[in-house]
Design a protein. Structure first.
Length: 143
C-alpha cells in the first residue's frame, strides 16, 4: 500500500509510491534533520557566549572590590554562582587576573540563592538569644 505523509511546502497530504515514507523534515527550517543545525551544539555555543559575557561583567565589578579590599577570595554566591558553577568561576578568575595584580581566588557558591537570607536569619536569631540570655546589668538597652 501507499503511505500518506505531509508535504513540506504546503502541508497537504502526499501519496508516496512503493510504501516509502517521505524524508523526515525539520519543521521550523524545512530541512532534513541531517542537514539541520545540531540543537545541542547550538545551545552549548549560546551558553558559552552567555557565560563569557557574564564573566566579563562580573570581573569588572569584582576588580573594583578587589582593588579596595584585597579579599584574597571572591565567592560567586546566589543563583548566578550556583548556576554558573566552576565554569563561570574559572572564566571570572581568568579575567580578574588580567585586570588586577592582586592574587584572588574565585569560587562558585555552593549554598544557592537563599544563603544570604539564611545567614541573616541565623545572625538575627543568635543576637536575639544573646540579648535574652545575657546578664541584664550588661544590657546595651538603657533601663
Amino acid at each position: 500500500g501507499a503511505a500518506v505523509g505531509r508535504e513540506a511546502s504546503g502541508g497537504g497530504p502526499q501519496e508516496t509510491r512503493g510504501g516509502e515514507e517521505p524524508p523526515a523534515v525539520d519543521e521550523p527550517t524545512g530541512r532534513e534533520p541531517d542537514t539541520a543545525a545540531d540543537p545541542a551544539g547550538t545551545a552549548a555555543g549560546a551558553d558559552e557566549r552567555f557565560l563569557s559575557a557574564l564573566a566579563d561583567r562580573i570581573a569588572i565589578g569584582a576588580a573594583s572590590v578587589v582593588a579596595v579590599l584585597d579579599p584574597g577570595c571572591v565567592v560567586l554566591g546566589g543563583e548566578i554562582g550556583h548556576a554558573g558553577g566552576d565554569v563561570l568561576a574559572g572564566l571570572v578568575a581568568q579575567r580578574l587576573r588580567r585586570m588586577s595584580p592582586l592574587p584572588t581566588e574565585v569560587r562558585a557558591g555552593a549554598l544557592g540563592g537563599s544563603a544570604v537570607l539564611r545567614g541573616a536569619l541565623l545572625t538575627a536569631r543568635d543576637r536575639a538569644q544573646d540579648t535574652l540570655w545575657s546578664d541584664p546589668s550588661r544590657s546595651p538597652v538603657p533601663s
